[in-house]
Every structure is written in C-alpha cells, then in structure tokens.
Ligand binder design. Structure first.
Ligand code: ADP
Length: 475
C-alpha cells in the first residue's frame, strides 16, 4: 500500500523532472504524458490513486509549466481553462478505466464461480451411496470453494456432517434446525455463509460455510447442487433396494417351487411302499425291500430338507463365517474321514508341494471338500483314482479334486452349480439332491473365493476351489 503510493508520487516527480530539466517540449505534450500516467494508475491500482495523483499533477503542471512558472498563480484565463480541462479529463478517464476494471474483475470472479460449480457438480454426482455422499460432501464443498470450514446439517434425523476443525455439539443442533426451517435464500453474516438446502419448496437442511467470498447466486446454486446430489443418491439406492427385494422374492418362490417338487418324489415312494406293506401279505424278502425303500427315501427327504434350510440361511446371509487360520491338509483329511465310503471304492491321492494355510471357516470348507469328494466318488467307476491337490495362487490357495469319472457335458457345466440341478446325461443313478454344488458355491463365495469346474465327458472332471490363504505355516 505505502509502496504503491510512493511509486505513484515517484512516477509523477520523475515525469516533472524529465520535462523540466532535460526534455524541453510544449505544454500540451506534458499534459498528455501526465494524463497517460493517470490512466495507467486508474487501470492498474484503481480510482483512489488516480484521483489523488490527478490533483497532485494539476498542482505540479500549474507550478512548473504554466506561466508564470514557479508560482501557483495563473495569469492567462486561457491557461485556467486548460488546467480545468486537464483535471476534468483526468478524473473522468480514471473513472471510466476503473469501471472497466471492475467489470473485468467481476467477469473473472463469475467465471471462477462457474468453474467451481461445475467441478462441484462433477464431484457430487459421482457418488451413488447416500452414506458416502453425506460423509464426503462437506469436504468437497470446502475444497472447491477454498473455504475454511463446512458443515452440512440435515433436518431428518438432526444429523451434522463436518469438514474442518469446528466440532458441532448436540446443543447447537436445535438452533440449526430452526435456521434450516426458516432460511429461504443464502445469507452472509459475520464471515459465515448459510445456504438453505431444499427439496422443491420443502426445507431439508442447511450448509454452513466459513472463510469464503461468494456471491449469493453462487451460494444458492451450491445449495441446489447439494440437494440434487442427495436426492439422486437416495433415488438410486431406492431402485437398488427394490431390485434386491425383487430378486430375493424371486429366489424364495423358486426355492419353494423346487422344494415342493423335490419332496414329492421321495414322499410318493414312501407312501407307495407303506400302502403296499399295509395292504398285502408279503414275504419277508419283499417286506424288507419295501422297508429299505422307506428307509432310503426318508434319508433323502431328511437330507433335502436340511440342505434347503442351509441354502436358505446362506441366501439370507444368516450363516456367520468364523474365520480361522487352518492347515489345508487338516481340512482335506477331515473331509476324507467324513466320506469313508469313497475311500473304500477309490484310491485317493493327495498332492501338495508344501503345507499351506487357509484363512477360512473350517467347518464350512470341510463341508465343501466333502461334497466334492462324494461327487467324485458318485460319478466315477469303482476302482478309479481321485486326486486332491492344493497349491498356492498368490494370496490364495487352490484346492482341486480330480476324478476319472463320467465327466460333465459342456452344456451342463454352467448349470450344475444351480440349486436342485441334477445332471441329465448321467446314467449312474447316484443318489443326490442337486443342492451340494449350490451350497458349496454359496459357501466359497461368502469367503470371497471361487469355485469352478473343468471337465470332459468320458474322461473326468476337476473341481477347483480358490480360497483366501494365510501365508506359510511357521515352523
Ligand atoms: P447331486 O450330486 O446331489 O446331484 P450336486 O449339486 O453335488 O448335486 O451336483 C449337481 C450335478 O453335477 C450332479 O447331479 C452331477 O450331474 C454333476 N456332477 C457333480 N460332480 C460331478 C463329478 N465329479 N463328475 C460328474 N458330474 C458331476
């Protein structure tokens, strides 16, 4: 500020000195040079400097250049007029130049605000979840407006989200509530900008912004943007929730349909066997056969019901996964023990380069491996080999069960993981419910893993589960 004044007066003194002592030109040239200097001042530093220097220039012009030189007296009326014309021109020109300068400043401020609104809209309209939008919104507004502190207050649930150091206390909330319900346009008070957030005409909350210099129009536009962003995220979430509910309803109906269908077969067999037993005199052998049908079919019913319940729990995410660090070999051994009948009919070979550790729920994964071993046993000829391998795949461990059985038709490979799907082309007549692989897939995916199959009809199948590993076993 002081340097600017010193420079302005220094400039004036310089011009006077040059024209007095070295360059002897006519008075009009001196007047034009001074005028030019004043215009430059007005354009660069504003009207205040231009007016003061105009008056000082008039005095210097009179003293040093208008006859009689060296005095403030003016002998000629014509010179009076010249001096007056000089002062008026200087001041009018300065004002014009100041007005142009103000307009330019305003235009660039508007442009800056427009750019800011654009950036803010881009930031706010990217987030799709309401919770993360509300958390990031205050800091996005503070960043874009280069403010010091921002707080979003929402009337619904009396919630406040902040960015900056001030921490809103519970006592302040009713005050904000009151403000939000009455505020209709942005207002600036003592360095604090209050922006109403409304959905149509309904007040929804407010945004408090500190340390910014914004026009009311821009502040209102920010309010509009915030409100649109919140409404948009809410609408998107509602759509997603509606779709999830529809999907879960569809699954439930599908499940009930399949269960009723699947239950009917064993029930019909049991009913038929029981009726025959009751109605006719049968020999011991026939009776035994019918009783074993009842026994087998009720086992099947039992299995069906418990698997359906398990699947429903997995669907509803009611199964708690208890992650534990466990050795892969331990799980495989436990699974082998669960299905000892497979071992009786097949030779099971284990192949593992090193001991691998898994981070999984042991009881659930044991079930998956048991199911794979049972399937390998069911769908391959007696005496064939079953190979179990475990190998590291980055952070994961891949466990594979390979058989030399009947294989799976390529058209069916994508279907066998669906609930109740049983292979159409297998003529083995192996007992089953078609739920084993569906349950296995749900368990593996709940662990963040994957299950897949590679198979060739007539050659065999390899089922692979990829599960989270837990680094090498400490020695
Ligand atoms: P289930 O064995 O009770 O029928 P799963 O869900 O375990 O039900 O398997 C679904 C279908 O996938 C089976 O009916 C069978 O056709 C096919 N499948 C599963 N494992 C094998 C395998 N190792 N070899 C050949 N086919 C298989």
């Amino acid at each position: 500020m002081i340097t600017k004044w010193a420079l302005a007066f220094g400039g004036l003194a310089g011009i006077v000195l040059v024209y007095r002592n070295w360059l002897h030109v006519n008075m009009a040239t001196v007047a034009l040079t001074l005028l030019l200097f004043i215009l430059v001042l007005a354009a660069r530093w504003g009207l205040r400097y231009a007016v003061v220097i105009s008056i000082a220039s008039t005095a210097c012009y009179n003293f040093y250049f208008l006859p009689p030189v060296g005095t403030f007296t003016i002998s000629d009326t014509e010179n009076w007029l010249a001096l007056l014309a000089f002062l008026t021109t200087a001041i009018i020109a300065s004002r014009l130049s100041q007005a142009a300068r103000n307009e330019a400043n305003e235009a660039s401020a508007r442009q800056r605000e427009l750019e800011m609104l654009f950036r803010l809209s881009r930031d706010l309209l990217q987030t799709e979840s309401v919770a993360s939008l509300l958390r990031s919104l205050p800091s996005a507004v503070v960043d874009v407006t280069a403010g010091r502190y921002g707080m979003l207050y929402l009337m619904e649930g009396q919630r406040a989200y902040e960015a900056g150091t001030h921490v809103v206390s519970k006592v302040e909330l009713p005050h904000f509530h009151q403000l939000a319900s009455t505020l209709s346009t942005a207002s600036l008070e003592a360095e604090e900008l209050l922006i109403p957030i409304r959905s149509g005409v309904r007040p929804k909350g407010l945004f408090l912004l500190r340390g910014v210099n914004l026009s009311v129009e821009t502040a209102n536009a920010i309010g509009g943007l915030i409100s649109i962003a919140i409404d948009r995220a809410q609408a998107l979430e509602n759509v997603a929730r509606g779709e999830a509910a529809k999907e879960s309803e569809r699954l439930r109906t599908l499940m009930i349909d399949s269960i009723t269908h699947e239950l009917r077969t064993p029930l019909t067999s049991i009913k038929g066997a029981a009726t025959t037993l009751l109605a006719s005199e049968l020999g011991a052998e026939d009776r035994h056969e019918l009783l074993s049908i009842i026994d087998e079919e009720s086992d099947r019913l039992n299995r069906l019901v418990s698997e359906a319940v398990e699947m429903a729990q997995l669907d509803a995410q009611q199964v708690q996964i208890q992650f534990e660090i466990v050795a892969a070999s331990k799980l495989i051994t436990a699974a082998r023990e669960n299905c000892s009948w497979v071992e009786e009919k097949h030779s099971i070979v284990m192949e593992m380069q090193e001991e691998l550790r898994l981070n999984v729920d042991p009881s659930l994964i044991e079930k998956v491996i048991t199911n794979l071993l049972e399937n390998a046993g069911k769908y391959s000829r007696e005496g064939t080999q079953i190979k179990v391998t475990a190998e590291k795949q980055g952070e994961y461990v891949a466990i594979s069960v390979a058989d030399r059985g009947i294989g799976i038709d390529p058209a069916e490979q994508g279907l066998i993981f669906e609930r109740f799907y049983r292979g159409r082309f297998n003529a083995t007549g192996a007992p089953g419910t078609g739920m084993g692989l569906a349950i296995s897939r749900a368990i593996v995916e709940a662990h963040g893993g994957r299950i897949s199959v590679v198979s060739q009809p007539g050659q065999g199948s390899v089922f692979t589960v990829i599960l989270p590993g837990a680094g090498p076993l400490e020695s």
